[in-house]
Design a protein around this ligand. Structure first.
Ligand code: NAD
Ligand code: DAU
Length: 340
């Protein structure tokens, strides 16, 4: 199997690359990544000497660059697309790049697949496209109802995939994963932000009442779900990939504080809520379990505590992200300093 993994220098893409190279001796992986603020070659350090791995810097909106990467790899069997702008808060702050990468970039990859007769594409999407649900769980045939510019852009990418399959027979399919946690996640997202802030003696900015619910999935389980869809999924289909671990943000915060031996009163600061903040995400993963034979393996509390310890023990990885350039400080100032 020869793969082009777009967005493979990000959090879940790099987990997928590391894990697939470890699991499959005969796979070759070319990573194609723009290296935005969220892309980081440190995430791929453990595979950089592996002759089955190569890296090309480029933008998925640039059709010629994608084609060049495919030719450079000597042809490919499939594209797995992780490349996206992924942070909901940044999509509220400045949505344009989300529309470009998440919609136009996906469209560009579909055109490349069509033009070159590539036999498979997996579009990595999100449970956020369904929006919030008070009770029960969304299944793949439910209506999409995106709330943020991020989820609307991901939904636009999903609709392109389904339309290309219907119109041109493009052999593409979609996975919709739930909130993912693990090592190497850019420290703008809830878990790495709270853990690294806590480790630096800073505050944990909990939005609103902290009772929003997310379904947490370990990055290794997410990678395995995408692998199962790549190997056994049907073109034109959608597969939900969730951890089955619904927790409020308060519960997540309590585990972080407990693991690090800190108290709520001195660290947590309740701040103005995110606009359009979805209350609860929940997906049914019966289709992935029965059709793909996939199910999550990582125990949530053990996985979260391991993850917290990984950030504690790998300050080299996150310290330069938070303090090595002005990028993170600018974001923090723009977003958090206005939230009373
Ligand atoms: P991330 O932000 O950590 O990484 C995104 C990667 O895409 C980065 O390496 C970045 O450089 C690259 N990229 C961005 N724009 C690009 C472009 N135009 N061309 C090429 N590369 C580009 O993201 P993540 O959290 O690893 O998410 C990966 C995918 O999984 C995304 O599609 C996201 O929507 C989806 N997803 C994420 C989660 C989650 O909880 N993190 C859950 C479900 C689905
Ligand atoms: O559901 C899948 C999605 O999960 C992915 O598609 C997205 O790419 C990924 O970023 C994530 O989106 P969320 O908005 O759920 O993740 P985030 O880590 O930003 O927020 C998780 C919850 O924590 C959410 O209810 C908002 C809250 N939160 C977040 C931050 C950054 C806070 O209370 N304070 C914060 O500072």
């Amino acid at each position: 199997m020869r793969l082009l993994v777009c967005g493979g220098a990000g959090f879940i893409g790099s987990a997928f690359v590391r894990r697939m190279l470890a699991k499959h001796a005969d796979w070759e992986i070319a990573v194609f990544d723009k290296l935005t603020y969220a892309g980081n070659l440190d995430n791929l350090k453990t595979v950089e000497a592996d002759s089955r791995y190569s890296f090309v810097r480029g933008d998925i909106c640039d059709r010629e660059a994608v084609g060049g990467a495919i030719e450079g790899a000597g042809g490919i069997d499939a594209i797995v697309n992780f490349a996206a702008e992924t942070h909901v808060d940044r999509s509220i702050d400045s949505p344009e790049d989300f529309l470009k990468t998440d919609i136009l970039g996906t469209h560009t990859l579909l055109e490349v697949v069509r033009e070159r007769g590539i036999s498979r594409m997996v579009q990595v999407s999100t449970d956020e496209v369904y929006g919030s649900i008070d009770e029960g769980s969304f299944c793949e045939t439910d209506r999409i109802s995106a709330s943020s510019p991020y989820s609307a852009s991901k939904a636009g990418g999903d609709l392109q995939v389904l339309a290309y399959h219907t119109t041109f027979g493009t052999p593409a399919l979609i996975t919709r994963g739930s909130n993912t946690y693990g090592p190497y996640q850019y420290p703008e997202k809830l878990i790495p932000l709270f853990v690294t802030n806590a480790l630096e003696g800073g505050q944990l900015p909990l939005y609103g009442d902290g009772m929003n619910v997310r379904d947490w999935l370990h990055a290794d389980d997410h990678a395995d779900g995408i692998e199962a869809a790549l190997l056994s999924g049907r073109p034109g289909e959608v597969y939900n990939i969730g951890g089955g671990n619904e927790r409020t943000n308060r519960e997540i915060t309590e585990i972080i504080l407990d693991e690090l031996g800190l108290s709520w009163d001195t660290t947590v600061k309740q701040v103005t809520d995110r606009p359009g903040h979805d209350r609860r995400y929940s997906i049914s993963c019966e289709k992935a379990k029965t059709e793909l034979g996939w199910q999550p393996q990582v125990d949530f509390e053990a996985g979260l505590r391991d993850t917290i310890r990984w950030y504690r023990d790998n300050e080299w990885w996150w310290h330069k992200i938070k303090h090595g350039t002005a990028e993170f400080a600018d974001w923090r100032a723009r977003w958090y300093e206005t939230r009373g």
